[in-house]
Ligand binder design. Structure first.
Ligand code: SAH
Length: 395
């Protein structure tokens, strides 16, 4: 992807309308108050954000038969078209009726940057001039044919994790459901195939934008469109407990990933201020209650920060915390960016940490940094100021 994502730094954030002041507010009430089902009051004029039954109602109101809704939905979510004119089997009268009340909120693909390991970062510009990023990550083992797409749910982020580059931007705004799914369709076109897995681990806190994320999941899963299995969709959260409960209430629920990142409240609070609102015990209770069908597990992400959360004592506490939760742990050696004075632990410390977990029967993996030469690795999105900007040709 784009390495030039040097676009955003705190100094340029203001220019792009991002408010860092929001970071000092206590946690996102939207995540607490939104209903457990997909909100209909979050009515939207973005045609691509409409669920099939909503689109059917719009089509019927235009005096057209219901099957036209399926045609339109297939264009929007199966083909990922960018304009109504492209819908060649849809009568012009219906297209203009749709255009009268709705639009397709554009997401312009600005830059694609390819890393040495094949990871690609896509930078998009929203209709109101904000930049967001997605990352296409091919499996290291090509034989597995896995292609993971990491997508953004917000412009910037309000959660303020101390080790994360996106946090330095402050909060810009929520992405609409149409903007969330557009990342998937554009990345699909770029890759020439549909990603096998989607992870909400790009910019933003998905559960702070619960309604739009839930809507995006339903759109992505629908058989008229991309038809993703919920088992291939993973929502990652810094730990918004009410949001985890609402996510678990979705039918079907996607996979859950929790950024745990510490084994004591004292340390977690220091690196993730959200822990003051929902401490580790509350978070793990929510994980325990999350519905898991056969064979599924909750993923716990654990960013390893030298001297902060990587001690033997941490490695010994972690399995005790996770007891009783079908879990797997992804250790993420910290990816540096200009700013905080953290360090990645040595390779030996990382291996020792993993080994201690393994001895305690925890399924534990080390996430090797992917695309870090283009700032596409975990927590590096929007890391640096734009220095050079030369769009690479579409692959
Ligand atoms: N807000 C969501 C999703 C985005 S972050 C969440 O917190 O889960 C995706 C993952 O990257 C999280 O697990 C986060 O802890 C991790 N991360 C953030 N900054 C990082 C960095 N600099 N190095 C390594 N991992 C990082």
């Amino acid at each position: 992807m784009t390495l030039f994502c040097r676009l955003f730094s705190p100094s340029t954030a203001a220019k792009h309308g991002l408010s860092s002041g929001f970071r000092n507010m206590l946690y996102p009430s939207a995540a607490v108050t939104a209903p457990a089902v997909i909100s209909r009051s979050a009515a939207t004029r973005d045609l691509r954000a409409l669920l099939p039954d909503e689109l059917t109602a719009v089509v019927k109101a235009a005096g057209q038969p219901a099957y036209r809704a399926e045609q339109v939905f297939r264009w929007l979510h199966g083909q990922g078209v960018e304009s109504l004119e492209a819908m060649t089997n849809v009568p012009a009268g219906l297209r203009s009726a749709l255009e009268a009340d709705h639009q397709l909120t554009p997401l312009a693909q600005e830059v694609v940057q390819t890393a040495a390991d094949g990871t690609r970062k896509l930078r998009f510009r929203t209709h109101d001039g904000r930049a967001i990023e997605s990352v296409l990550i091919p499996d290291e083992d090509a034989a597995r044919n896995k292609l993971t797409l990491c997508i953004s749910s917000q412009v910037g982020c309000a959660i303020d994790c101390r080790f994360c580059a996106t946090a330095t931007l402050g909060f810009g705004r929520h992405l609409g459901a149409g903007e969330i799914v557009s990342q998937v369709y554009q990345a699909t076109a770029l890759a020439g195939r549909r990603p096998t897995n989607l992870v909400f681990m790009g910019m933003g806190e998905p559960l702070h934008n619960f309604d739009n994320v839930a809507r995006a999941l339903a759109l992505l899963e629908h058989q008229w469109g991309a038809g993703f299995s919920p088992r291939r969709l993973t929502v990652s959260t810094a730990g918004l407990v009410p949001g985890i409960e609402k996510l678990g209430a979705l039918k079907p629920a996607p996979n859950l990933a929790i950024s745990l990142n510490a084994t004591t409240d004292e340390v977690r609070e220091r690196i993730m201020p959200i822990n003051k609102r929902w401490p580790i015990a509350a978070l793990l209770d929510a994980a325990r209650r999350f519905p898991l069908s056969h064979g599924r597990r909750v993923t716990f992400e654990y960013v390893l920060l030298a001297g902060v959360n990587d001690s033997d004592a941490d490695a010994d506490r972690l399995p005790r915390l996770l007891r009783g939760i079908p879990a797997k742990v992804n250790l993420i050696p910290w990816n540096p960016f200009n700013g905080p004075a953290f360090q990645r632990p040595s390779a030996e410390r990382i291996r020792t940490f993993q080994e201690r977990l393994r001895l305690a029967d925890v399924a534990v993996y080390i996430r090797s940094p992917r695309g870090d030469d283009i700032d596409a690795a975990c927590g590096q999105l929007a890391a640096r100021e734009l220095v050079t900007l030369s769009p690479s040709p579409r692959a």
